[in-house]
Design a protein around this ligand. Structure first.
Ligand code: PLP
Length: 459
């Protein structure tokens, strides 16, 4: 018998979690205005809200925490991180920041001006927020296949080169400060970008003289998909693949709460000294001195180790197998999910799951609340609430797909927990005809409303 796959780690420390009753959850979610962000974590049994900052650090990372150097300037922890960034990504200039959106804030303060356009592949919500906040526009150039859950494409995060070229031709060079490629592409389902696409985007960008920046939260998962799915990469190590990927970038922003496997932190790295000098001013203003920028020495040390562990094939296999273990159970039950399965999360297609609930009643949010009531599992809406209103017309922006995202924290839950999640969704699917109404909005913020929105149930 072939030995089955199992994780390349064992567990040294445990954290109790509470299994609540449905009656308790009904009270809690009502008090939370049907917004899962308003729940207390002890009201959640299995928390798949996000894979951001929720992973379990290794014993090597905790050991690195103990040797963190908390000097204000020039700490050894900074140089540990700087060396790792140089080794993995090839960039000479590093600015640590407190998390991913801070890297965006610092870099965009240098690059993005009013009236600019920033093409990319389904920009992440904070990325888009930081662009629109500067009265510039994010233009989505993702391939059309990404938005059709019924078609298979191995790299649904890819940029459509024709769409990109159209943008590059339509605007003067001065109005396009950069192209942002998100690896993997979170908003369109945790989908990877192929090496070939990264290479072609860079070639096209070079002919127009436009820099390319990678939004790098899940760069290691992206590299794993290249190794698994792209011809010519099966025998390359993850670290070799990462090095080639970043040879096609001029800079990177990173939320290290994802593939950095730390609980907080981020970074900005680049090739250009000119960008670095300009960004340094903003880093000092918004984040902290150049050698810590919003991170403690121990956090930078843990990140340096985390980046090393995340780019090992054994770790990535365990990580992504667990995501697929959930996805495959749902697929077998006939539940509509984004395919192929992505790297960090399973995206359930809410409109096909709950066809009776109108979009105007926030169908993906409805599914998220139902799953919480059923099994104490917290997922998150990636649909109309997240898409916000059009900045000009103030109408709801209806995205082409409404998802319930189930993001799996790294090294945190066992497959028994995953079985509970799958069973909860399957139960709901079996009685989906009885779920016919969703919510109306009671109050919302002008930007990134999904975090704080209050909802009212429609009966
Ligand atoms: C999480 C994330 C960000 C923002 O990072 P934070 O650490 O949450 O501020 C930006 N881009 C992508 C693709 C992300 O996944």
């Amino acid at each position: 018998m072939k030995l089955p796959f199992a994780e390349n780690y064992r567990i040294k420390m445990v954290e109790p979690i509470y299994r609540s009753t449905r009656e308790e959850r009904e009270n809690w979610i009502r008090q939370a205005d049907y917004n899962l962000f308003n729940l207390r974590s002890n009201q959640v049994y299995i928390d798949l809200l996000t894979d951001s900052g929720t992973g379990a650090m290794s014993d090597r990372q905790w050991a690195a925490v103990m040797t963190g150097d908390e000097s204000y300037a020039g700490s050894s922890s900074f140089f540990n991180l700087k060396d790792r960034v140089k080794q993995l990504f090839g960039f000479d200039y590093l600015l640590p920041v407190h998390q991913g959106r801070a890297a965006e804030n610092v870099l965009f303060s240098v690059l993005v001006k009013e009236g600019n356009v920033v093409p990319g592949n389904s920009h992440f919500d904070t990325t888009k927020g930081h662009i629109e906040f500067r009265k510039a526009q994010a233009i989505d150039c993702t391939i059309d296949e990404a938005f059709d859950t019924t078609v298979y494409h191995p790299f649904k995060g890819n940029i459509d080169l024709n769409k990109l070229q159209l943008v590059l031709e339509s605007y003067p060079k001065e109005q396009i400060p950069m192209i942002i490629v998100t690896v993997t592409c979170n908003s369109s389902g945790g989908q990877p970008v192929s090496m070939n696409n990264l290479r072609q985007v860079k070639q096209l960008a070079d002919t127009y003289g436009i820099p390319v920046v990678f939004d790098s939260a899940r760069f290691a998962e992206n590299a794993w998909f290249i190794q698994q799915r792209e011809e010519g990469y099966a025998d390359k190590s993850i670290k070799e693949i990462v090095a080639e990927m970043y040879s096609y970038a001029d800079g990177m922003t990173m939320s290290s709460k994802k593939d950095g496997i730390v609980n907080i932190g981020g970074l900005l790295a680049m090739r250009s000294k000119e960008w670095f000098d300009q960004a340094s001013v903003y880093n000092i203003m918004y984040e902290g001195f150049l050698t810590y920028g919003g991170m403690s020495g121990r956090d930078m040390n843990a990140l340096a180790v985390g980046l090393d562990e995340a780019t090992e094939a054994d770790y990535l296999e365990a990580r992504i197998s667990q995501v697929h273990y959930l996805g495959n159970q749902l697929i077998e039950a006939g539940i509509p999910v984004q395919q192929p399965l992505g790297g960090h999360a399973v995206f359930v297609e809410a409109r096909r799951f709950l066809p009776a609930v109108p979009r105007e009643e926030y169908v993906a949010q409805t599914l998220a609340v139902e799953l919480y009531l059923e099994a104490g599992v917290r997922g998150v809406e990636v649909g109309t609430l997240l898409a916000d209103r059009d900045p000009v017309t103030h109408e709801n922006r209806y995205p082409s797909t409404e998802y319930l995202r189930l993001a799996i924290p790294r090294r945190t839950y066992t497959n028994n927990h995953i079985d509970v999640v799958a069973a909860g969704l399957i139960n709901l699917y079996e009685r989906r005809d009885q779920i016919t109404h969703g919510f109306t909005i009671e109050h919302e913020a002008p930007i990134m409303r999904h975090f704080t929105v209050g909802l009212k149930k429609i009966d």
